[in-house]
Write a protein that binds this ligand. Structure first.
Ligand code: CP
Ligand code: NVA
Length: 337
């Protein structure tokens, strides 16, 4: 028997391409208002009585905490579904689990591996579904990053320039390229050729740029990538969907692309800022950082400790803004729903 599917609920956010420029900037504006209300102690709960499922196939600090705190502060309740007790698609199909969760919950966050899983949840749940990171996209991170850039940038948004340096095949790099193209920014990717985003993502960014006026640049050359940019962004060299065996190959490929003081200086801008979605490998203090130090003699990987800890680093502003932007996603989902 054919199972009925549905169009995703209009309050869903599965990837950046679900939003147009106006929709994206509406969420940023709402997040900014919610942030100001929270700081002033005037926030009003708009999600009282809502129940939200948080489905996690793998680990998270920021995304989980942002959804939990945002929901609580807006009067909603959450259920965390993750770890060994929850195996989506193992004992029950995604379509069945989606229909069950959709009967019990008003919205579902999903963090996991395949983009197809979050899309399938959205096709069957009948309630808003939000992507909290897949192998392909990290849309809630992008909202936080754009809010953060706007807070540090003076002048029109079209004058924002940023360069992602590192493993540009990964979710965050793809999302930044599409987001920059959608919003009309000067967006650059600087990475070894074999670590560029897939062709279809680059082509989509170039198409979007035709309408938005964005400048889309992909280069292997650090000088070309970083010259004149206001924001230099990097992410881990090995992502959650990959195995640790990748580290040796990645270190060999990406060592010249570590974001150091020298790389920031290549921007030629005294106001250059450093960005990272976190978690970051910038010293040997984490178990992973220590393993990399023991194995490769590396102190820090994608970013030097000096840059990470410098006053040009705005990584904790990004982390805080995950809360305000996720809150905007939740509030707006029920405005449209
Ligand atoms: N940036 C981010 O998504 O962090 P978590 O993996 O801790 O959620
Ligand atoms: N690219 C990273 C992002 C983590 C927020 C990963 O997928 O592990």
């Amino acid at each position: 028997m054919t199972i009925t599917t549905r169009a995703p609920h209009p309050g869903s956010l599965l990837k950046e391409l679900d939003l147009d420029r106006t929709g994206f900037l509406y969420l940023i504006e709402l997040a900014s208002e919610l942030k100001a209300d929270r700081a002033a102690g005037t926030e009003t709960a708009q999600l009282t009585g809502k129940n939200i499922a948080l489905v996690f196939e793998h680990s998270s600090t920021r995304t989980r905490c942002a959804f939990e705190v945002a929901a609580h502060e807006q009067g909603a309740s959450v259920t965390y579904l993750g770890g060994p007790g929850w195996q989506l698609g193992a004992e029950e199909s995604i379509a069945d689990a989606a229909r069950v969760l959709g009967r019990l919950y008003h919205g579902i966050e999903f963090r996991g591996y395949a983009q197809a899983t979050v899309e399938e949840l959205a096709r069957y749940a009948g309630v808003p579904v939000w992507n909290g990171l897949t192998d392909e996209w990290h849309p809630t991170q992008m909202l936080a990053d754009v809010l953060t850039m706007l807070e540090h940038h003076t002048g029109p948004i079209s004058e924002i320039s940023l360069c992602f340096v590192g493993d540009a095949r990964n979710n965050v790099a793809r999302s930044l390229l599409i987001t920059g193209a959608l919003l009309g920014l000067d967006v650059r990717v600087c990475a070894p050729r074999r670590l560029w985003p897939p062709d279809e993502v680059v082509e989509r960014a170039q198409e979007l740029a035709l309408g938005s006026g964005a400048l889309v640049t992909l280069t292997e050359d650090l000088t070309t990538g970083v010259a004149g940019v206001e924001f230099v962004y990097t992410d881990v060299w090995v992502s959650l969907d990959e195995t640790e065996e990748q580290w040796a190959r990645r270190v060999a490929l990406l060592a010249p692309y570590q974001v150091t003081e020298r790389v920031l200086a290549m921007s030629g801008r005294p106001d250059v800022k450093f960005m990272h979605c976190l978690p970051a490998v910038h010293d040997a203090a984490s178990a992973l950082g220590n393993r990399l130090y023991q194995q490769f003699g590396l102190v820090g990987a994608e970013v030097s400790d000096e840059v990470f800890e410098s006053d040009r680093s705005i990584v904790f502003d990004q982390a805080e803004n995950r809360l305000h932007t996720v809150k905007a996603v939740l509030v707006s989902a029920f405005e449209t729903g």
